[in-house]
Write a protein that binds this ligand. Structure first.
Ligand code: GDP
Ligand code: IMO
Ligand code: MG
Length: 423
C-alpha cells in the first residue's frame, strides 16, 4: 500500500493534530517525519484537550501504531512529560509507540545554544521556540549529532560528554550570559533517557517499507508548515527541517513513488507566531477578532499568534511545492460574523503585479491585492453536514478550489474531533 501525507500549508498551527486524530481510524500506522518539540499539536475529544509535541497524533486510538521517524529530533525531557501525560489518561502506548534509532537527540546544551544564538541576533531574532531545534539539526548536518541508536552503545556517555564539552566551548564563544545549572539539566536528561529506553527502538525505514509491502496503510504527519520549510519558507525566519512533502521521504525513508495522497491543511485565514514577514498581517480590529475568537495562542510557547487574511499567493505556492491532492480548510467557524472577508490574490513586487511567491516577501518589497467576499453570520460549530454550510462560505471555498485547482475535502468547524465536515 501507499503512504499518505498530511502537512501544513502556512506558518504552522493549521490544525494538523486535530485532523490526524480524525483520520487515524483509516490507517494502520501514523508516522511523524520531521521537527521536534517546537511543534504543538492539539487534539480535543470527549471533553479533554491534549497537546502533543513529539508523539504522533494517532496515539489515542486503540490499534494504530505510531512511529517517531528518523527525521524527528527528540528531547528526552519533553518526551518524558508527554508520556507521563499519556499515563495520566491511561493511554497504553508501550506496544504502539516506536522510535527510530536514527532520530537525533536534543541535548540540554542544544537548548542553551538556541537561547544564546537567539539573544546574539538581537532584533533580527527568529522568534524560535527555544527548544534546541536549530542547534540539533546543525549537529546532524555537521555530522556531530547523537542518535537514539547511540543509547544502545556501551560508550554513549562518552559521546554525550564530548558533544556537551564542544557545546560549552561554543557557548563561551557567544559570550552571552545565560543562567543554567548543568548538573540539574543533566539529571533531568538522564531521567528522560531512562523513560525513553522503556520504548522500542526500531530501524524505522525497514519497518515502514515492510509495512508498505504487507499492504498496511500509513499516514505521515508533518509538523510546522510549508512557509517554515528550511528551503522553501521565508528564510531565515524558518525552522531547521524540510516541512514540505520531500521531508517525508528523507524523514521516514520512503521513496517518492510510495506517496499517494498529500493532504494540505490551511486555516481559512492566516496566522504566524515568531518573527518574519507576513504580507496579509492585520493590525486592526479584524485581526484582533480573529485572534480572540480563534484563541490564537501558541500551543507550545503560549505566545500570541499574529493574524491576517488568507494569502492565496502563498497557498498556491505551498500546493505546488507539496503536490497537494486534497485540501482541508480549518477554523471557518472563526470567520462567522465578519461582514466582508478578504483573500490576497496577487502581490505588488518591486513595482509589478505578480501571482507567484517571490524570493523575498519583506514589506519593503511586497504589498498585497485583495478580492472581497461576503461574510456569513451563521454559527458553524454545530453543523454536521456540508449541506448545512452557508452559501457565502461555499462561495469562499469554491474560489479557493478554482484558484488552487485542488478540492477542499474537509471543512473543520470547531476544535473538537466531531466538529469536522467531510465533503
Ligand atoms: P497544529 O500545530 O497544526 O496541530 O495546530 P495547533 O494545535 O497548534 O493549533 C490549532 C488550534 O486550533 C488548536 O487550538 C485547535 O484546538 C484549534 N482548532 C483546530 N481546528 C479548529 C476549527 O476548525 N475551529 C476552531 N475554532 N478551532 C480549531
Ligand atoms: P506546529 O507543528 C508554528 C516557528 C517559531 C519560529 C520558527 C523557528 O505546531 O505547527 P524553531 O523553534 O523551529 O527554531 O522556531 O518557527 N515554529 C512554529 N510556528 N507552529 C509550529 O509547529 C512551529 N514550530 C516552529 O515560532 O518562528
Ligand atoms: Mg501547533
Amino acid at each position: 500500500m501507499a503512504v499518505d501525507l498530511l502537512l501544513g500549508l502556512q506558518w504552522g498551527d493549521e490544525g494538523k493534530g486535530k485532523i490526524v486524530d480524525v483520520l487515524t481510524g483509516n490507517y494502520d500506522i501514523i508516522a511523524r517525519f520531521q521537527g521536534g518539540p517546537n511543534a504543538g499539536h492539539t487534539l480535543i475529544f470527549d471533553g479533554h484537550k491534549h497537546v502533543l509535541h513529539t508523539i504522533p497524533s494517532g496515539i489515542f486510538h486503540k490499534t494504530a501504531l505510531n512511529v517517531v521517524g528518523n527525521g524527528v529530533v527528540i528531547d528526552p525531557v519533553i518526551f518524558k512529560k508527554e508520556l507521563e501525560n499519556l499515563d495520566k489518561h491511561k493511554v497504553d502506548y508501550t506496544s504502539k509507540l516506536l522510535i527510530s534509532r536514527k532520530a537525533h537527540l536534543i541535548l540540554p546544551t542544544h537548548r542553551l545554544l538556541d537561547a544564546a544564538s537567539e539573544t546574539s541576533k538581537g532584533k533580527a531574532k527568529i522568534g524560535s521556540t527555544l527548544k534546541g531545534i536549530g542547534p540539533t539539526y546543525m549537529d546532524k548536518t555537521g555530522r556531530n549529532g547523537m542518535r537514539v541508536g547511540d543509547l544502545e552503545l556501551k560508550n554513549w556517555k562518552d559521546k554525550y560528554h564530548a558533544l556537551t564539552a564542544k557545546h560549552l566551548g561554543m557557548l563561551d564563544y557567544f559570550n552571552i550570559k545565560i543562567d543554567y545549572n548543568l548538573e540539574e539539566l543533566e539529571a533531568e536528561f538522564d531521567k528522560g533517557i531512562e523513560k525513553l529506553r522503556t520504548l522500542q527502538f526500531i530501524d524505522s525505514e525497514e519497518f515502514l517499507n515492510q509495512a508498505i509491502k504487507s499492504n498496511k496503510t500509513i499516514l505521515a504527519e508533518g509538523a510546522q508548515g510549508s512557509l517554515l520549510d528550511i528551503d522553501f519558507g521565508t528564510y531565515p525566519f524558518v525552522t531547521s527541517s524540510n516541512t514540505t512533502a520531500a521531508g517525508a521521504c528523507t524523514g521516514l525513508g520512503v521513496a517518492p513513488n510510495r506517496i499517494k495522497d498529500v493532504y494540505g491543511i490551511f486555516k481559512a485565514y492566516t496566522t504566524r507566531v515568531g518573527s518574519g514577514p507576513f504580507p496579509t498581517e492585520l493590525f486592526d480590529k479584524d485581526g484582533e477578532e480573529m485572534a480572540r475568537i480563534g484563541q490564537e495562542f501558541g500551543a507550545t510557547t503560549g505566545r500570541p499568534r499574529r493574524c491576517g487574511w488568507l494569502d492565496l499567493v502563498a497557498l498556491k505556492y505551498a500546493v505546488d511545492v507539496n503536490g497537494v491532492t486534497q485540501l482541508m480548510m480549518m477554523k471557518g467557524d472563526v470567520l462567522s460574523g465578519f461582514d466582508t472577508l478578504k483573500i490576497c490574490t496577487s502581490y505588488n513586487y518591486k513595482g509589478k503585479e505578480i501571482s507567484h511567491f517571490p524570493y523575498n516577501i519583506e514589506p519593503e518589497n511586497v504589498s498585497v491585492n485583495y478580492s472581497e467576499f461576503k461574510g456569513w453570520d451563521e454559527d458553524l460549530t454545530k453543523m454536521t453536514s456540508a449541506e448545512q454550510l452557508p452559501k457565502n462560505l461555499m462561495d469562499y471555498v469554491a474560489f479557493i478550489e478554482k484558484e488552487t485547482g485542488v478540492p477542499v475535502k474537509i471543512v473543520s468547524v470547531g476544535p473538537d474531533r466531531k466538529q469536522t465536515i467531510v465533503r
